[in-house]
Design a protein around this ligand. Structure first.
Ligand SMILES: Cc1cc2nc3c(=O)[nH]c(=O)nc-3n(C[C@H](O)[C@H](O)[C@H](O)COP(=O)(O)OP(=O)(O)OC[C@H]3O[C@@H](n4cnc5c(N)ncnc54)[C@H](O)[C@@H]3O)c2cc1C
Length: 386
């Protein structure tokens, strides 16, 4: 057992080191031009696959790294320091690889897993629709039985990687009126007849996220490509969303951590009125505020990661980590940008890209309102329990 832990931590340490190098050598030189809308998926996914970043939580038996959730989060932290959007793109495709290994080890994993882990194909997860965001029970995409398979119709939007994905996990209603119990999940190839991409024109700061949408018109899905049956799909996605809330929170901490480093270096060398900025108490206090808020969010993230790795209850912990980290990043990235003066607006820094990303983070994987409701519904915070 001790040996297992040692081997795992060596593997984890090498994945974290690999991620750091990848972030410095592959993401950093590209991030500014990606942030101007010039994203090229081949500059991200294939190199990430070669660096082992697309198989982090795929089991060893399938050629992945078999890391714990907490170690995966440490890897994502390295990537998100440089470009939150690129890190989101990678983890979303990675998650589908891990999902195929778990839900379809004998059918879909042998066909797609190797390609996904190499980054030669890209995948995404599609719940949101033009008419249904927070209220997932309202999703209108339908899956109707057709012979041995299913016929899918509907539209999805605001999906990470959908602008160029080769495979999408589509959540669709199989029985009108049955709410979340009727929702099933299907792995759909983007080259299927009836699959049509719909562009989503977003701020270019998000371009490496590959946000897009698609329309499905009588897209046939063989039963072998059904990932989760009605009833099981929603249970699976709720577990996945708690994990996503936790790593999104960690990635918000990563952005603020990078900003603090940049501000500290700059404040030491920039002078005004005869001394460096960091000699001024008023200037230093802004940095101290940000560092303290970051520390609080990181503690909540660590608690949620530990709960996930122990298999414990994590709904409230994940919601609180994301609530705290996203609002912390929304506030502190603006404040740290200000502390840089005009310098912070230069392309070589991530402040503006990351400020935009922090605002999107408060919507993706559960908006702030949904998370507050989750915390309010925790029995510990009900009237009489406090
Ligand atoms: C960058 C980004 C990436 C995304 N990636 C994906 C992806 O890969 N896959 C995917 O399926 N989806 C994705 N989404 C969509 C995301 O899940 C939705 O944005 C989110 O669920 C909120 O839905 P909505 O934007 O339609 O807002 P709405 O649900 O329309 O809500 C609008 C506003 O009203 C608030 N609100 C809603 N209901 C209530 C209520 N009951 N009480 C009080 N306030 C309420 C919300 O908090 C929000 O502020 C992504 C979104 C973004 C911004």
């Amino acid at each position: 057992m001790i040996l297992d832990t040692e081997v795992l931590s060596k593997r984890a340490a090498s994945a974290i080191e690999e991620a750091d190098q990848f972030a410095q050598q592959q993401i950093a030189p590209n991030a500014a031009q990606w942030g101007q809308g010039l994203f090229d998926r081949h500059a991200l996914f294939e190199p990430a696959g070669a660096a082992g970043l697309l198989g982090l939580q795929v089991p060893l038996a399938f050629g992945g790294s078999g890391l714990s959730f907490g170690d995966k989060v440490k890897v994502l932290h390295k990537l998100a320091r440089i470009d939150f959007s690129a890190a989101m793109a990678l983890v979303n495709s990675h998650n589908v690889a891990a999902q195929l290994a778990q839900a379809s080890p004998h059918v879909l994993a042998p066909i797609y897993l190797g390609h996904l882990m190499r980054g030669s194909i890209v995948a995404c997860t599609a719940l949101t629709e033009p008419g249904a965001g927070s209220d997932l029970a309202q999703l209108q995409t339908t899956a109707i039985r057709q012979g041995d398979g299913w016929l899918l119709n509907g539209s999805k939007t605001w999906i990470i990687n959908a602008a160029h994905a080769d495979g999408v996990v589509v959540y669709a209603q199989t029985q009108a009126g049955s709410g979340v119990k009727g929702i099933a999940a299907f792995f759909i190839r983007a080259d299927s007849p009836g699959f049509e991409r719909v562009a989503v024109a977003t701020n270019s700061a998000l371009s490496s996220m590959g946000i897009g949408g698609f329309r499905l018109t009588n897209v046939y899905c063989d039963s072998s490509h059904q990932l989760y049956a009605p009833g099981k799909a929603f249970v699976d996605i709720m577990g996945a969303i708690n994990r996503a809330r936790t790593y999104v929170a960690a990635m918000c901490c990563a952005m603020v951590s990078q900003a603090l480093t940049d501000v500290s270096v700059y404040g030491h060398k920039r002078t005004a009125f005869g001394q460096s900025l960091d000699q001024y108490q008023g200037w230093r206090w802004q940095i101290a505020q940000a560092a303290t808020a970051l520390q609080a969010a990181e503690l909540l993230v660590r608690d949620a990661c530990d709960r996930i790795d122990r298999g414990g209850e994590v709904q409230t912990a994940a919601a609180q980590a994301k609530l705290c980290a996203t609002s912390m990043a929304q506030t502190q990235l603006g404040s740290l940008l200000h502390a840089m003066g005009a310098e912070g607006f230069l392309d070589r820094y991530a402040f503006l890209r990351h400020l935009t990303a922090a605002h999107t983070a408060s919507l993706a994987d559960g908006s702030t309102a949904m998370l507050l409701e989750r915390v309010a519904n925790d029995h510990r915070f009900k009237p009489g329990a406090i």
